[in-house]
Design a protein around this ligand. Structure first.
Ligand SMILES: *Cc1c(COP(=O)(O)O)cnc(C)c1O
Length: 964
């Protein structure tokens, strides 16, 4: 027997997920440690991290759980969810995601691991997909312009309110909200209005509009209860009062109905969920926002626009970026950063897959079934209240609404309870003839004969009056006609995906964004039917699996952060910031300190911080940073003294956006607390703290986490995200609640909560399983190891690049945290090379650029994460070093000052079609690292002209001829 025979317990070691998630193998870790003069990973703690922030107590988290065990646990959990046919409506409808989209987009890392398309040249695929989404929204709403998604319908309505305030000339301080809006939309608008000091009038605009003054009107179309009404009189009245009109519209109904634009509407918002995106117990889905062309500079969120590249070829990129929080900060149009790109892409593909004709069939069928259902129910002796409807009807059942809902539940169908006497039924794309019979059975007496579907169909007319029906053509752009066979569809999706650099191609070293592995086992969880198919307002007894998962995830996050309670409701980091600040404001109010309205924010903060503070009704005061990039304690002391009685909060990012562990975090928190303020921690950099430090125990009162950074939810090309907030016990009573699902904040007390910040009770519930699976599979030890490896990787990069590029900031012992900033501002002076040139030249090497000019102009911020191994990191460093040599050649005059590899980057294949006149070789242009890769990345377009695009804003699909 060979002596090397392993022991049984070694053989029993099942799939070790930690070693799959963490990129470098033990040998590589040893080499990198040696480069930094250390022996053990644990030595990093002593070396790099301030002692007073370290956690002493061990985590309660279990040790690592194998992938198989996690899958089994999740199976048990999801079996505790009961999937009923949900006919509740209220903005959420069952739908069928075409399998070709599920397999090629939702489950394809080429789409879901991409980053927000800031580097447009390596993002042309998803930019085109988003342009298609915008075109679809413009077509269906009739509006001239649409953005590329917002977080959900309710927050989109709240954004419409603030945009109306900016644009309206009305002196009124109120928004008039149609009482027939979805209750969650009303709730979110109320929360937002309260923090900004606006009044909300909730009433029936058809009878009460004249007697009020307001700057904005919000109407649901069709109404939440299904009724379709002509709103042209309302818009005319609102306009005489100088108010802007927002219509919250249902996308599928617009296939048949007169588009809101024809009523004179100013803004149209809504949810694109029912275009192929599962309900997912509330999200994620892409909301849309469409408006008039005149208002394009005021639109929240991202807009994809058409421009041209350096050779005049059509190229896409994000337009009008100067409206956004990263530039305008507290004056930004909105705090939205991460949005819902992947879901918008899916909804756009759904429209492409079905085309105008297919959508007309779907909408027509849903509508016809609804009519047949309604007549059938009235034949069975019940009164249908609805007169003019698309897919939702209200039934009058005196004192028996609850009883019929219970009977429907026996048939595994959820209906909407309106009040003791009324219930609602909403149909969708998946409704069948069998469903109609089941419903009739619910409403029929024991002896009644059920109606005959075909006979009813032959006897009914159209309930929607002609003037409310659509007469124009929709989706006439060629893209909506070209890809109806699955073969064509599959190839189109692949064609787009291969234009982009996502994590399935190479590392994306984006500082502050933590582009780490999104493991297949984690991702698998979002395809489970029992998680996907639940309506967010399904009765709680059907959602025990979800409730268990939320509770377990909240426990895990409390354990890791040292906080006492979590709210999973915020849909992105920016929303977590807004929510956390509202919680702080409420805390001060309840303590009789309502005058506290100053929010201190260091100059280095992410743009969402000041934008969120403004949205929360706080006044932003900037705190300076010192020459080492740390918060200036002198300036902080001066500012807290200035605002003794009005200090509400400090928002601080830790480790800082400068990529270092400041030494004085605890002292800073103490200063704030001594002056009556609360500490808000921006937890975007939590990947540098997991398992080694707990913010809730070292001075933070509130923090948001970006689950799409630290906890493995993929970026989806710019969303979805999840931004839960953790709070200390003193703030827990104020965490969000929900108007439809009760009891989501168990700590709620007599003073009430801040209200509701997302449409769905638990925000983007269905993707929380990803983070749950990650934490479960890593366990306490794995998470700590990940953090230390992330720090090791960043410091190894800093060490390797330091001889070539100055490292802008370092902390203790010259170490950085989990990211490092390299300073490129000198090259502007020495040879007119910008940080932009370096970013674009990296594309020729097959890399996505690091974060450009944030938080410091003319720098690159590099964050490798723990998932990248030494080979990839070395390849990346070699590229940056090679670029430094290319810069040197320009500096010394051996390469041209104008016509050089950096200015001309990225180099596209089109250059090969012309005679080679460039003053360097093709080898250097296309294969600068010396290898002739079989899988070289070829950028589809050259350097994009942003200025041109912003001067000639075009946000529609270009005519097909432009692509030929
Ligand atoms: C990413 C990020 C945010 C914003 O989070 P979103 O999820 O994109 O809204 C805020 N602060 C910092 C430091 C970030 O890196």
């Amino acid at each position: 027997m060979p002596t090397s025979r392993p022991r049984l317990d070694q053989l029993e070691m099942r799939g070790n997920f930690i070693s799959r998630h963490i990129g470098p193998n033990p040998q590589q870790i040893k080499e990198m440690l040696a480069e930094l003069g250390l022996n053990e990973l644990e030595d990093i703690i002593e070396q790099a991290i301030p002692a007073d922030i370290l956690t002493q107590e061990p985590l309660k988290l279990t040790e690592t759980v194998s992938e198989n065990a996690v899958i089994k646990h999740l199976r048990k959990m999801r079996e505790r969810n009961k999937v009923f046919t949900s006919m509740i409506g209220m903005g959420y409808y069952d739908t069928t995601m075409p399998a070709v989209i599920k397999r090629n987009v939702l489950e394809n890392p080429g789409w879901y691991t991409a980053y927000t398309p800031y580097q447009a040249e390596v993002s042309q695929g998803r930019l085109e997909a988003l342009l298609n989404f915008q075109q679809m929204i413009m077509d269906l709403t009739g509006m001239a312009l649409a953005n590329a998604s917002l977080l959900d319908e309710a927050t989109a309505a709240a954004e419409a309110m603030t945009m109306s305030r900016r644009l309206s000339k009305s002196a009124a301080n109120s928004i008039f909200v149609d009482q027939d809006c979805h209750p969650q939309t009303i709730a979110v608008v109320k929360t937002r209005a309260r923090s900004l000091g606006y009044e909300v009038i909730i009433a029936d605009p058809h009878t009460e509009l004249e007697q009020h003054d307001f700057f904005a009107l919000l109407v649901q179309y069709p109404g939440s209860r299904g009724e379709i009404k002509d709103i042209s009189r309302l818009t005319a009245t609102a306009h005489t009062k100088s108010a802007l009109v927002t219509v919250a519209a249902d996308l599928l109904s617009l296939v048949l109905l007169k588009p809101p634009a024809e009523f004179g509407t100013d803004i149209v918002v809504g949810n694109s969920q029912r275009f192929g995106v599962p309900m997912g117990y509330g999200g994620p889905h892409a909301a849309f926002f469409a408006t008039r062309d005149d208002y394009k500079r005021s639109v929240p969120g991202r807009i994809i626009g058409v421009s041209k590249d350096s050779r005049g070829q059509v190229a896409l990129r994000m337009a009008l970026q100067t409206r956004e929080q990263h530039i305008r900060r507290d004056k930004a149009t909105s705090n939205i950063c991460t949005s819902q790109v992947l879901l918008a892409v899916i909804a756009g593909f759904y429209a492409i897959y079905h085309g105008a004709e297919g959508l007309r069939l779907i909408a027509g069928r849903v509508h016809r079934y609804t009519q047949i259902l309604a007549i059938g129910i009235s034949r069975l002796g019940h009164k249908i209240v609805s007169e003019c409807y698309f897919d939702t009807i209200i039934i009058h059942t005196p004192n028996r609404a609850k009883r019929f809902i219970a009977r429907a539940a026996e048939a595994n169908i959820n209906l909407r309870l309106i009040d003791a006497d009324h219930l609602g039924i909403a149909l969708d794309e998946t409704t069948t003839r069998a469903n109609l019979r089941e419903l009739w059975q619910v409403f029929a007496s024991a002896t009644a004969d059920l109606p005959d579907i075909n006979a009813l169909d032959a006897s009914i007319g159209e309930c929607i009056p002609e003037q409310l029906l659509r007469t124009d053509e929709i989706l006439q752009h060629p893209v909506f006609a070209l890809y109806h066979s699955e073969t064509e569809m599959m190839r189109y999706m692949r064609r787009l995906a291969r234009r982009d650099i996502a994590l399935d191609r190479s590392m994306i070293p984006l500082g502050s964004c933590t582009m780490k592995l999104n493991a297949a086992t984690e991702m698998q969880t979002i395809s489970y039917h029992e998680f996907n198919a639940l309506h967010p307002f399904a009765p709680l007894y059907q959602t025990h699996g979800y409730q268990q998962m939320f509770a377990e995830l909240e426990d895990m996050l409390c354990d890791l952060t040292g906080f006492d309670a979590f709210s999973l409701q915020p849909n992105a980091g920016s929303q977590g910031e807004y929510t956390g600040l509202l919680v702080i404001r409420k805390y001060h109010e309840v303590a009789g300190q309502a005058q506290r309205n100053i929010c201190l924010i260091p100059a280095s903060a992410h743009g969402t911080n000041p934008a969120s503070a403004t949205m929360a009704g706080l006044k932003v005061v900037v705190v300076a940073c010192d020459e080492n990039g740390n918060v200036s304690l002198d300036d902080l002391r001066a500012k807290v003294a200035d605002y003794q009685n009005t200090l509400a909060a400090l928002m601080i990012t830790y480790p800082s956006t400068h990529g270092v562990y400041e030494q004085s975090f605890r002292e800073i928190c103490d200063i704030i607390h001594q002056h009556g303020g609360q500490v808000y921690l921006d937890g975007a950099n939590f990947n540098a703290l997991v398992g080694i430090s707990r913010p809730g125990k070292i001075g933070a009162d509130v923090a948001h986490l970006n689950l799409h950074k630290t906890f493995c939810i993929p970026h989806g090309g710019g969303g979805p995200g999840v931004g839960p907030i953790g709070v200390g016990a003193h703030l827990a009573p104020f965490l969000p609640d929900h108007p439809v699902v009760e009891g989501i904040n168990p700590a709620r007390g007599e003073h009430g909560t801040i209200g509701t910040v997302s449409a769905a009770p638990w925000g983007s519930a269905s993707i929380l399983t990803i983070s749950w699976a990650y934490i479960a599979m890593m366990g306490a030890a794995g998470l700590k190891q990940a953090t230390l490896t992330a720090i090791l990787n960043a410091n190894y990069i800093a060490r390797r690049l330091a001889p070539y590029y100055p490292i802008l900031y370092t902390g203790k012992n010259g170490w950085v945290a989990h990211e490092c900033i390299i300073d490129c501002h000198d090259f502007k002076k020495t040879c007119n090379i910008t940080v932009e040139d370096i970013a674009k030249r990296l594309i020729d090497f097959g890399f996505h650029a690091p974060t450009v000019s944030f938080p410091v102009a003319d720098t690159l911020m590099i964050e490798p994460t723990e998932s990248e191994n030494k080979v990839e990191i070395d390849r990346f460093c070699a590229a940056l070093i090679a670029i430094r040599e290319e810069i040197k050649a320009i500096e010394t005059g051996s390469a041209g000052a104008e016509n050089n590899v950096l200015h001309n980057a990225p180099h596209t294949h089109r250059l090969l079609l012309q005679e080679w006149t460039l003053p360097y070789s093709r080898q250097q242009a296309f294969f600068p690292d010396g290898n002739q890769h079989d899988d070289k990345y070829w950028p589809p377009v050259g350097r994009i002209d942003n200025v041109y695009g912003d001067r000639h804003v075009i946000c529609t699909c270009p005519p097909l001829s432009d692509y030929e």
